[in-house]
Write a protein that binds this ligand. Structure first.
Ligand SMILES: *[C@@H]1O[C@H](CO)[C@@H](O)[C@H](O)[C@H]1NC(C)=O
Ligand SMILES: *[C@@H]1O[C@H](CO)[C@@H](O)[C@H](O)[C@H]1NC(C)=O
Length: 278
């Protein structure tokens, strides 16, 4: 399912100022709709699954790789998100239609010029319209002008209290639309974290093996849960990057011809899917 719902406002940016007289400050506020977009294939399963980490064992990392891993983990660090009670309090989840944003006036009250920064304050509310008190929502902010084909992403800062700011660089002259999208409410992030820890191999891959008129398809992944079935090991000898497929019954490992994605299992618990359909 794909839903799109976004909130936009328009601002006008003027050419860089050369000490000339200031023209009037114009801010047109046009509120359109609000935003949420995602694509999900949902499979509902109510039982609690146990952790399955044992099946993937990585080679020990070199100090350099260890450092790189630390940087990568830091770059995707995310604040704590609400723990989900049962029954799921969907009414308390961040809700785009009840949330608002405001374009903060230029300091000194003047107009904006190319090279300035535009700051937007975002206030998130839940389904009932109550302001959110914690952060962790996945927000995407952009400034764009469809006529010019110009656009720039905003840097979103989470104040961890239900408010966020987005800062944009003004890089073209003329009007621009601010658009803020709620990609996932913080509650959905909690669910995604649970899915990642319980079942990191939700995305399944496959390879087709062919030789003459015989063709077989088997499951592949970075790690495969152990079964009695023999494996084909396609681990990259240069980088050490692991990759395995179950060995086809009648064909050799070197008859692999095509690789593709097979399916994504979400394993959402009852009601959790609502968090992805706001
Ligand atoms: C949220 O935090 C920001 C940054 O610390 C602060 O300026 C703002 O007043 C706070 N807002 C609320 C509603 O607590
Ligand atoms: C797969 O191949 C790599 C590289 O040759 C090797 O280091 C690794 O131990 C093999 N893994 C298994 C499970 O056979």
């Amino acid at each position: 399912m794909t839903l799109r719902d976004h909130k936009t406002q328009e601002v006008t940016t003027y050419r860089p100022q050369y000490g000339a007289a200031r023209t009037f400050f114009l801010l047109t506020v046009i509120v359109l709709i609000c935003v949420l977009c995602f694509i999900h294939i949902v499979e509902v399963r109510t039982s609690v699954s146990k952790k399955h980490h044992d099946f993937c064992t990585v080679q020990p990392l070199s100090p350099k790789e260890d450092f790189e891993e630390k940087l990568l983990l830091e770059s995707i660090a995310w604040p704590e998100t609400p723990s989900l009670l049962t029954p799921l309090p969907v009414k308390e989840a961040s809700y785009p239609a009840k949330s608002t944003f405001t374009i903060l006036p230029q300091s000194g009250g003047g107009q904006w010029h190319v090279g300035d920064k535009l700051k937007v304050l975002i206030k998130m509310c839940d389904f009932q319209g109550h302001p959110k008190k914690s952060g962790g929502d996945v927000l995407f902010a952009r400034l764009h002008n469809p006529t010019l084909g110009a656009g720039v992403a905003g840097k979103v800062e989470d104040h961890l209290n239900g408010t966020y700011s987005a800062v944009f660089s003004l890089i073209w002259k003329g009007s621009a639309w601010v658009e803020v999208t709620l990609v996932h409410p913080s509650e959905a992030v909690t669910v995604l974290r649970r899915l990642n820890s319980e079942q990191p191999d939700r995305v399944k891959f496959q390879s087709i093996f062919r030789s003459g008129s015989i063709s077989e398809t088997t499951i592949c992944n970075v790690f495969l849960r152990s079964t009695q079935q023999p494996l084909c090991n396609y681990t990259d000898l240069h980088t050490g990057e692991p990759w395995f497929c179950f060995k086809p019954k009648n064909l050799n490992c070197d008859t692999r011809i095509i690789h593709s994605m097979r399916e994504v299992k979400q394993n959402l618990k009852a009601k959790e899917e609502k968090l992805f359909q706001l």
